[in-house]
Design a protein around this ligand. Sequence first.
Ligand code: TXA
Ligand code: MG
Length: 333
Amino acid sequence: MQTQILPVNARSLALAKEILLAGGLVAFHTETVYGLGADARNDEAVRSVFAVKGRPADNPLIAHVHPDYDISRIVDGEPPYAAALRRAFLPGPLTMVYPSKGKVSRFVSCGLDTLSVRVPASPAAQAFLRAADIPVVAPSANLSKHVSPVTAQHVYDDFAGKIPLILDGGRCEGGIESTVLDCTGPVPQILRAGLVTREMIAAVAGDCGVYHMKEGEKPKSPGMAYKHYSPRCRTALFAAEEGALAEYAREEASGGTPYLLCTEQTARRHPGLRVLSLGETPEEMAANLYARLREGERCATELVAVLPEARGGVMDGVLNRLTRACGGTVNET
Ligand code: TXA
Ligand code: MG
């Protein structure tokens, strides 16, 4: 199969709709990361998303719709705070999990009695979703476990020859995936941190919990249980600069090509080292993280990351992705 990368225009949108309605896959831009889209109502199309990505069969998908789509067609009611959250943050990088059963293919939610729904803000995503005018399931358009894609080229690198079309909407400016928020209980609960922060949600809903998986428990959001976001080179994450510099020196002494992955402030202190800078602010770090991880896997034998100091807000999402990309552990020394 030949994979076309096309700009978003009337012709490519018509082609995208044709592919979707025939059960095929179309990758598209959103404000967070690129998505791998399929018709949420079509069992075979949904199953092929899992197959092409190599995604575990128990990790549910998000249904994407345009801002004028009537979500009562796909969800079974909502708690009172949900409408306020929608008004405050949608379209935008917030995915809301609603009670729902039997409204889309049963393969979307992997047996759960819920459906996650997202209304992206990106004009390219909205043009695509309006053209299709159906709920479109879309995981991030990367091979399972690999780093999420923030350019059309990243999608191509993972799926060339495996999908027919990538709609190129430019670089994703948000850079980390949407906040996933459980809206089935009396208080909303964050399942995955993102650009819409706990503080922002609590300010509108009155309160906002954060879900932490307990040892041995079946996770509420199955995606949390899997290895994720990993570059194809070795990685190590350090709480302090000294430990990272020692690891960098060790790798270099043994003939490797280490790169330091760190904030711009840290990078400035080490002009002599090979550095991949995440930027200065939490928003810059979110926007740059995946592109730097993908650059790193191409040029480094080992990515030696220094944990940024900032905490809270957008950093919850940045630190969650960075830690998981580096194998889930932070070296304290
Ligand atoms: O920003 C995003 O959300 C991107 C773009 C393409 O929209 N999509 C994305 O999809 O990140 P994916 O499949 O890579 O991650 C979806 C996450 C997973 O952790 C999954 O377990 C969780 O959302 N999820 C989906 N449906 C769920 C549900 N019904 N209940 C609980 N968690 C759910
Ligand atoms: Mg993903």
